[in-house]
Design a protein around this ligand. Structure first.
Ligand code: NAD
Length: 471
């Protein structure tokens, strides 16, 4: 029986391994993590992450061929294939601070593998890493090899949070990069055999290691660039009376462009897009390619611009001040169908409004009060000026309340900002919300989830990203 161990039981490690276990009943899959709390949650009825369909998959195989454990050494030692799916955040200090990936967790995982292994291993990069990381890992492993043969593969993960299970069941492609040596090709084939249990062969792409590593960074950069492109157009729409929904629809009808990922919004978030572009920028700089670096930097600059444009619009519409006014925030997660708030635009929007002394009341169906307070209290890292900005003052944090109901959040509010495209926000009783708000009542739709005309008929003053303003 093939044994797989995955180091890192996070948003990627947990769901990917659960699906491998489900699709490959003859493989034993053990997910290990240094966080005892996370592992305990994976072994309970309250999984540590919210992801549609995940509960069912875990329930079907946990205890059969899927296990979660903190005994990292034991399961590394027993595994034939080791996936490494640890976090690779942006470095916050030292060389490359604010841009380069922090590979501390990766290096420590590699050293753990080197320390405890007693037989040959295939080590699979599941985390998103800079190009040439496999070379570094190979050095750590081979210099400590004790005669053990290690084959390093790059198998980046393309799932999107919120649709992770769907994406894993039916991936657009599975990418496997490896060495061109006979041993490297044998390792590629071993991993292909795992995916071949449910992924059609033509969707399994094999490349050299560096192409696979770079493809993941490039894919995220392209996706984020599309969002920044449509967001840049949304600013122009507002200035000219064009409607970004109509423009995006017309542009997306061109089969060379396509309709996906063309929704204007308050900006992209999540743990990956910004981090991976920063990483790409850093790699371009390190390779003496400043113009290429500047090109990708612009994607993040437009994203920051969109968030501050949104805050400025809110303040300008509300007679140039939100001081002392209650503003309801509907949605805090970085997108719908996830409880993940990493890099969510809601953090910057809330901080911007709090900076103008607004009182904030937040509702999100999947995000807890603790998580919101922690996010808002955290320092923001400014990548152009790599110093920590001041954390929010304790007084500002007191101006934030978190509710478990959209109606409660909006009661007595002067304005409502919709920051996540949760389906339930489409069907709220906006007439009831209007009745309980201060007048004039404003809605700022950062995701274009509600019909501005219907809201205007109720009496709201409406700002929807990229759409014509109130007459
Ligand atoms: P995460 O922070 O949710 O999970 C990482 C886990 O690794 C944590 O639970 C941590 O405790 C554990 N860990 C760290 N060092 C360890 C060690 N030495 N031994 C055992 N466990 C250790 O991160 P994530 O969102 O799952 O992302 C993991 C990687 O996948 C990142 O490189 C990310 O860029 C990439 N990725 C993420 C997504 C996504 O949507 N979140 C999608 C594709 C790729």
């Amino acid at each position: 029986m093939v044994k797989i161990c995955c180091i890192g039981a996070g948003y990627v490690g947990g769901p990917t391994m659960a699906v491998i276990a489900l699709k490959c009943p003859s493989i034993e899959v053990i997910v290990v993590d240094i966080s005892a709390a996370r592992i305990a949650a994976w072994n309970s009825d309250q999984l540590p992450i919210y992801e549609p369909g995940l509960d069912e998959v875990v329930k079907q195989c946990r205890g059969k061929n899927l296990f979660f454990s903190t005994d990292v050494d034991k399961y590394i030692r027993e595994a034939d294939i080791i996936f490494v799916s640890v976090n690779t955040p942006t470095k916050t200090r030292g060389l490359g601070a604010g841009k380069a990936a922090d590979l501390t967790y990766w290096e420590s995982a590699a050293r753990m593998i080197a320390d405890v292994s007693q037989s040959d291993k295939i080590v699979v990069e599941k985390s998103t890493v800079p190009v040439k990381t496999a070379e570094a890992i190979e050095k750590i492993l081979t210099h400590n090899s004790k005669g053990i043969n290690y084959q390093i593969l790059s198998n980046p993960e393309f799932l999107a949070e919120g649709t992770a299970i769907k994406d894993l069941f039916n991936p657009d492609r599975v990418l496997i990069g490896g060495r061109e040596t006979p041993e490297g090709q044998k390792a590629i084939q071993a991993l292909k055999n795992v995916y071949a249990n449910w992924v059609p062969e033509e969707r399994i792409i094999t490349t050299n290691l560096w192409s696979a590593e770079l493809s993941k960074l490039a894919a995220n950069a392209f996706l984020a660039q599309r969002i920044s492109s449509v967001n840049a157009i949304s600013a122009l729409c507002e200035a000219t009376g064009a409607n970004v929904a109509e423009v995006a629809y017309s542009v997306g009808k061109d089969s060379r462009i396509g309709p996906k990922f063309l929704n204007a919004s308050v900006g992209f978030g999540g743990s990956c897009f910004q981090k991976d572009i920063l990483n790409l920028v850093y790699i371009c700089d390190c390779n003496g390619l400043p113009e290429a670096a500047n090109y990708w930097k612009q994607v993040i600059k437009i994203n920051d611009y969109q968030k501050s444009r949104f805050v400025n619009r809110v303040v300008a519409c509300m007679f140039n001040t939100v001081s002392g006014k209650k503003i309801a925030i509907l949605g805090f997660a970085f997108k719908k169908d996830t409880g993940d708030t990493r890099e969510t635009p809601a953090i910057d929007v809330c901080k911007g409004l709090l900076g103008d002394k607004a009182k904030i009341s937040i509702y999100d169906p999947q995000v807890t009060e603790d998580q919101i307070q922690r996010d808002l209290a955290m320092n923001k890292f400014d990548w152009d000026h790599p110093i920590h900005l001041q954390p929010m003052s304790p007084t500002a944090v007191k101006e934030v309340t978190v509710t478990w109901d959209a109606y409660e959040a909006t009661k007595g509010a002067h304005g409502v900002c919709i920051l996540t495209e949760w389906d339930e926000f489409k069907t709220l009783d906006y007439a009831k919300i209007y009745a309980n708000m201060k007048k004039p009542a404003f809605i700022f739709d950062g995701r274009n989830v509600v019909d501005p005309e219907k809201l205007r008929q109720i009496g709201f003053i409406v700002y929807s990203i990229g759409k014509p303003l109130d007459p």
